[in-house]
Write a protein that binds this ligand. Structure first.
Ligand SMILES: [Zn+2]
Length: 297
């Protein structure tokens, strides 16, 4: 047993020694690339960023002799590339983590389909406001400021909500996009109320699509109020989209919904009205034109 342990330790030490050897051998070899040059100080300089790719050591790390030795160092562009790679890896880890979390069923599968890169900016002021919301997220979060998108069907409300969501995911902010019918279904099946609220609180931003399409019942009203209220109490912002008009939100025909809408309006001081022809109808017309062209030439 002891022998086995000793062998294991010896292997481990050997492995560490090999690692050190590896590092030393890397240090001793600076790769010269086209454009690189030797500076007045005798060090090798990067031809792109003009900072040294070498540094002086008062000893030779390979032999231990006390002679001045040039060893490899990272120039500015190599440092920046390494930092960017680290950030990229962190974003990747975060995305994987978010994807795994999505298995909790809270999010709609296509709720975060769109990014600002796909925005045709038909309403540039609204698009700008959405981008600024992402840029000023820390302030928005600190003051629990949410966004309400309202306007008729197909004007791009869910699209822009999704852009905001992805913009924040890029900044490593946990975001979920869902709707109340989905959450109500989960409450009647998989989740207890508190568990659902706890899971939702993981997401710093919650996008709730299509407020106002839920079944009109005392049960639904109670649960929706609980969810909105929990966000408000935990000071976690929401982005809400709705086909309802401001008049309908401020004076709902069903009094049951008044306290929900009041709370949503209170939590969403940024209200963006989307106007114009339904994009879905425009898309349908485009597709019909395309189909005709394919079939009839
Ligand atoms: Zn460089």
């Amino acid at each position: 047993m002891l022998k086995h342990f000793q062998i294991m330790m010896a292997e481990k030490v050997l492995c560490e020694v090999n690692k050190v050897d590896d590092i030393v051998s890397k240090l001793m070899h600076t790769t010269e690339e086209p454009g690189d040059y030797t500076g007045d100080d005798g060090l090798l300089y990067c031809g792109k960023c003009h900072t040294p790719k070498q540094m002086r050591l008062p000893f030779n790390p390979a032999t231990g002799d006390e002679v001045e030795t040039f060893v490899r160092a990272a120039c500015q562009c190599q440092c920046e590339a390494a930092e960017e790679a680290d950030r990229q890896a962190e974003r990747e880890r975060f995305r994987c983590d978010m994807d795994r979390r999505r298995e909790d069923g809270l999010s709609c599968p296509d709720g975060l389909r769109f990014t600002f890169a796909q925005d045709d900016r038909q309403q540039p002021k609204v698009s700008d406001a959405c981008q600024r919301y992402v840029e000023c997220w820390d302030e928005m979060k600190a003051n629990n400021i949410g966004v309400l998108f309202y306007g008729s069907v197909g004007t791009g409300k869910s699209f822009l909500a999704s852009c905001i969501g992805n913009g924040l995911l890029d900044r490593l902010v946990p975001v979920a996009a869902t709707n109340f019918p989905r959450l109500l279904n989960l409450l009647q099946g998989t989740y207890k109320k508190q568990e659902l609220l706890d899971r939702l609180s993981i997401y710093k931003l919650l996008i709730v699509d299509d407020l106002g399409v839920e079944r009109d019942s005392a049960y639904a009203e109670e649960q929706i109020f609980n969810i909105i209220d929990a966000r408000s109490t935990s000071e976690l912002p929401v982005v809400v989209t709705t086909n309802l008009t401001m008049e309908e939100l401020e004076h709902p025909s069903s009094m049951q919904y008044k306290r929900i809408y009041d709370r949503v309006l209170e939590m969403c001081p940024i209200r963006l009205k989307l106007v114009g022809e339904s994009r879905r109808r425009a898309n349908a017309a485009e597709r019909e034109k395309l189909a005709r062209k394919i079939l009839l030439g």
